[in-house]
Write a protein that binds this ligand. Structure first.
Ligand SMILES: NC(=O)c1ccc[n+]([C@@H]2O[C@H](COP(=O)([O-])OP(=O)(O)OC[C@H]3O[C@@H](n4cnc5c(N)ncnc54)[C@H](OP(=O)(O)O)[C@@H]3O)[C@@H](O)[C@H]2O)c1
Length: 262
């Protein structure tokens, strides 16, 4: 049975705002039941109240930057006694400071949330999906996954991990009925970039959360392994792949120094 005919249930992390909220709203229009998770319970409650009715919506308040967070979330999902058919690993932080100025706590928060929890959730839900020969995993990476980003070093490195893991898993799971998609958005107008220089880029260079969620959903249903929403983002990534790594590094460094000075 395909997910389209069965509808099923999606677990969306980071569903309280931005791209995660847009995913939740989009999946709801497809009749897919939702488990929404984030730290801000009040935001989740408002979204759930709006979407519940035609579909079942459960919310789980959870801090995934806590080392026990993913385990707690898994336990709470088990208590709901529902089968997760779609896992959207979306929650992340960007850490808007240079590596050396980042405190150990902030660094830990980023590594646990962006890498460890995403990995634990994926590892937990895969065996069930494999048994049922049905499942979709959508990991939200970034265009920053394709090259180093001075001044966002740990963020870009965490997204490179997400991209690499997703691509490898997609191959490992070929023929099992499970698909893995890495969604790699460029600058998207959400609270993550609000107040930063990139949020002031011209409209043609930035995406909306709704547009990114739609592109991600289409790519997931289309079983694409890597998807970069937006022609400009796609072209920029393509072009950068053919340049010497040193040039890309140096350009990134120049941009970071310019940004710091502006
Ligand atoms: N915006 C961009 O330009 C851009 C570009 C490329 C990729 N992305 C990726 O897109 C994804 C979504 O980001 P966004 O732009 O939509 O940003 P956002 O609006 O800040 O959303 C981030 C979500 O993650 C949740 N979150 C943050 N810390 C958490 C924690 N410790 N535990 C659990 N949940 C946590 C937030 O909810 P709570 O605060 O309620 O916990 C929120 O729902 C991220 O993976 C990001 O890296 C964004």
């Amino acid at each position: 049975m395909s997910l389209q005919s069965q509808k099923g249930t999606a677990l969306v992390t980071g569903a309280s705002s931005g791209i995660g909220e847009a995913f939740a709203r989009l999946l709801a229009t497809k009749g897919i039941n939702l488990i929404l998770t984030a730290r801000r319970q009040d935001r989740l409650q408002v979204i759930a109240q709006e979407l519940a009715g035609p579909i079942r919506v459960d919310i789980i308040n959870c801090d995934l930057s806590d080392k026990a967070g993913a385990e707690r979330l898994i336990k709470a999902v088990e208590d709901l006694n529902v089968t997760v058919d779609i896992l959207v690993n979306n929650a992340a932080v960007s850490g808007q400071s240079s590596f050396i100025d980042t405190s150990e706590d902030d660094l830990d928060e980023l590594l646990v949330l962006n890498i460890r929890s995403l990995t634990q959730l994926t590892r937990y839900f895969l065996p069930g999906m494999k048994k049922r020969r049905l499942g979709k995993i959508l990991n939200v990476a970034s265009v920053a996954a394709f090259h180093p980003v001075p001044s966002l070093a740990q963020y870009a490195a965490s997204k490179a991990y997400v991209l690499s893991l997703s691509e490898a898993l997609a191959e490992e799971l070929r023929g099992t009925g499970i698909t893995v998609t890495a969604l790699c958005p460029g600058v998207t107008l959400t609270q993550m970039v609000s107040g930063t220089t990139v949020s002031q880029l011209p409209e043609t260079l930035v995406s909306t959360a709704e547009g990114v969620a739609q592109a991600g959903f289409d790519a997931m249903m289309d079983e694409q392994v890597v998807h970069i929403p937006g022609l400009v983002n796609e072209a920029a990534v393509m072009l950068s792949q053919f340049q010497p790594r040193r040039l890309i590094r140096n350009l990134g460094g120049l941009f970071a120094r310019f940004n710091k000075g502006s």
